[in-house]
Design a protein around this ligand. Sequence first.
Ligand code: SR1
Ligand code: MG
Length: 434
Amino acid sequence: MLDAPNSQYRILSAATVPAYLQTLPAVVDRLGGAPSDWTVRDVADGNINSVFLVDGPKGGVCVKQALPYARIHGEGWPLDINRAIYEDAYMARLAPHVGQLAPEVYSFDAEQFVIVMEKLEPHIILRRALIAGNHYPAVPGAVAEYIAQASFHTSDLAAPFERKATDVSLFSKNLSLQRISADLIFSDPYTVVWRNKLIEPYLTAWGAAFRSDVDLKSEVARLRALYFGKAQSLIHGDLHSGSVMVTAEDTRVIDGEFAWIGPSGFDVGNFIAHYIMAWYAKDEQPGDETEREAYRRLIETDIAAFWSTFRQRFLEIWRAEAGAGDAYFGDHFNDPAGASRLESLRQAYVDDIFADARGFLALKVIRRIIGYAQIADFHVIEGAEAQARAKAGALALARSLLLHPDRYPDIASVIAALPRFEAVGFDPHPSRNW
Ligand code: SR1
Ligand code: MG
């Protein structure tokens, strides 16, 4: 057994949740009735936390507790439960800017590391929708709006440096989860380590190709330094299709425990990466081939809509709210020449986010295929060889993005490249100029 993180901390179970919630008056009021009237469902789906949905006569709540170990690995992988502090702080910091695009928090318990928040029902996880082939056209725009608001309002463009320094000081303590990202995203896929889960023997050569490519590893090193050194805005840090819950009318971003002050392009790239992996996986997933191909066209549209909405909204927000932060000091750009220059600087700033996103996108694809935390998009494919075929295409695109970024100056060129790598197969052809 792991040592208890503090003497009061108890891991909740479906059986103990009602008694626990009874100690929180605001939650009791929301649920209505008495604990004996409440039903509890254990709906944990992610890798590291407990999650329960609780319903009472009056309403429902979601209860999320940070476990002291990785749920998917058991007690052999200890984790710091303090991450719940940063998740709560992340949601509080963004709430004024993202509003209804995130669940409302009702209570945070810093002893039990429990966040009680709005129950999202009948929402489903976006990843499940992508796998099922159900399309939610409002999602890309909503997530783009969320990231644009977060990226602008927590950056030096909107926040005085004193505010930004407070954010840096708080979120720079979220260290244990950054260690997970450092290892699982930036280290493991390019070395041999027990955590990796490359499909043998089909992807063996691809793994070796990544481990032996010094040019590629140099780019990984540059992006890793960017992640830890470019304190641009408050980022979610794990914004993939499993961190978005959807209905036809409503989109919410959840699970901000990897919060960090880092490059704004990280969340952008991560979100696109998971659409791209959904695209490659779709070819081998079960179901009607014509429908799967048609769904791929929808994914392409979603990727384009996501980036164009992000770009447009980020620029609009900046134009509308210029001058509040300490960067690009408004007073310096007051005359017509200054206004025109500031507009070019805005465009350059967003171009820079795209360039960063393109690199992080590639790393996110690679970590989900070679590294420890893999995704259901590929797992639902029947047979290791078919899974590996779909994964090889995604790996080939990722390698090309890292080695030849100049070939991908915009989102259209990334989308156009998807089919080029689809049939690449199990030989990484290191000598080919991909
Ligand atoms: C121990 S598994 C860790 C991974 O799960 C989370 O969803 C993050 O993606 C993290 O890298
Ligand atoms: Mg997560």
